[in-house]
Design a binder for this molecule. Structure first.
Ligand code: FCB
Length: 439
């Protein structure tokens, strides 16, 4: 079913797992500030300890290896590796060097994301992604990582899910830095994408490893066939998917956004679009659910909870066909679509350890059905090269704190004990069978 060179991996992100937030010269990121602000994160949870991965990384990498995965996707904490004046922090860099060396020794590929939402607070204090200069600072950071880590990294990712940074961080305030104006989101998105474009060129100049970006995408369904709901679905699709993919792959923002947000324009300058559409070596796709939307009576759309469908603990609808259809649709829409990796897919459930075991049959079923959807897209001609489970470990799920468990491996936060869930065992068996079949 899967080509032998199809890559299976698991993904994490720095702030969600590392802890050690004040160690070895790390300074605060916007997520330290945000999670310390009362009312922003469920139960007041923060990433201060998280999975204590900063100290337990060797054990965690052993799990990656023992599951039989071929790759590990991680992100670097910008605040750990660069000080507030922009100088390298050797102690922070050493952490990632040790980790990447270990992956290499074990024959595992590393997919390294530069930015998984944790902007240094000192840059936020100068305007963050609303300040065009942050794109330049991001390129400096990319250059530092390329110089320090080159040869150790299998693939670079500039940004993880710029939609979340821009929209959740600047329009609806659910994520750091917690701003709430659509205009801010549009400006932040432009500077994020500009930073992505410049950093892509910097990474490519300094290192040979492939460079890509990771975008989250949603399937979108209109609530009815009424023209206003069909229009709402077009708007929602443009916002969720085309807002990132069109500029990066076509060099323009979708027209629909002008209708959705009349009078709000990105702060475009002359060469910006050329930089933003710098060719990619691969595109990372994160997929979780389908949204159902209806008209808000004006230009926009409202999310509607479709009744009677299967959902996860996040309340997200389980809809594997959506992944297949999106991939086929992207192939049709984007002539320059590069090879694809599914860089995240998975689900949250209220997992508990009982007699040393975690029964997460729902996750096994979820993953199996999404893998089948990827397989169908590949049969339809989409060039998908790999798939990463979100996540290796239960971790700090942003505004939902530790309540939502996405891991293949259960983490008991009181003891930091790791327990392989049934899904991890199923993945291990599946990968073992696949290796045997390839012999
Ligand atoms: C994605 C994020 C990842 C994780 C999953 C559930 O949006 O990239 O960090 O939170 O959702």
């Amino acid at each position: 079913m899967w080509r032998p060179d199809f890559l299976f991996g698991a993904a994490t992100a720095a702030y969600q797992i590392e802890g050690g937030v004040a160690e070895d010269g790390r300074h605060p990121s916007i997520w330290d500030t945000f999670s310390a602000t009362p009312g922003k994160v469920l139960n007041g949870d923060t990433g201060v300890v998280a999975c204590d991965h900063y100290h337990r990384w060797e054990e965690d990498l052993r799990h990656v290896e023992q599951l039989g995965l071929g790759a590990y996707r991680l992100s670097v904490s910008w605040s750990r590796v660069m000080d507030e004046a922009g100088a390298p922090n050797p102690r922070g860099l050493d952490f990632y060097k040790r980790l990447l060396d270990r992956l290499q020794e074990r024959g595992l590929q590393s997919f390294v994301t530069l930015y998984h939402w944790d902007l240094p607070q000192c840059l936020q204090d100068r305007g963050g992604w609303l300040n065009r200069d942050t794109a330049g600072r991001f390129a400096d950071y990319a250059a530092l990582l390329a110089r320090e880590l080159r040869g150790r990294v299998s693939a670079w990712t500039t940004l993880n899910e710029p939609w979340c940074s821009a929209y959740l961080g600047h329009a609806n305030g659910q994520h750091a830095p917690g701003l709430k104006r659509v205009r801010y989101a549009v400006e932040a998105m432009h500077h994020l994408l500009l930073g992505h474009g410049i950093a892509t060129r910097v990474l490519r100049d300094l290192d040979k490893a492939p460079v890509g970006i990771v975008s989250n995408v949603n399937a979108v369904q209109p609530d009815s066939e009424r023209p206003e709901d069909l229009q709402a679905a077009r708007m929602a699709f443009a916002c969720a998917n085309s807002w990132v993919l069109d500029p990066v792959l076509l060099g323009r923002y979708p027209e629909a956004l002008r209708e959705l947000w009349p009078g709000i324009e990105p702060p475009l300058r002359d060469r910006d679009m050329d930089l933003i559409r710098t060719p990619l070596d691969y595109l990372g796709i994160n997929y979780y659910f389908r949204a159902t939307v209806r008209s808000d009576g004006a230009h926009g759309y409202l999310d509607r909870m479709r009744p009677g469908v299967e959902r996860t603990q996040m309340g997200w609808e389980v809809y594997p066909e959506g992944l297949r259809d999106l991939l086929l649709g992207f192939k049709a829409r984007y002539p320059r679509l590069p090879p694809i990796y599914i860089t995240e897919n998975g689900m949250a459930s209220d997992d508990r350890v009982l007699d040393g075991r975690v029964d997460d049959a729902h996750r096994i079923s979820y993953l199996g059905r999404h893998l089948a959807a990827v397989d169908e897209a590949m049969r339809g001609g989409v060039d998908v090269r790999g798939y990463f489970f979100w996540s290796l470990l239960d971790n700090f799920e942003w505004a939902y704190g530790y309540e939502r468990r996405f891991g293949l491996i259960h983490v008991d936060y009181a003891t930091q004990q790791r327990t392989l869930k049934d899904s991890a065992l199923a993945v291990r068996d599946f990968l073992r069978r696949r290796r045997e079949a390839a012999r």
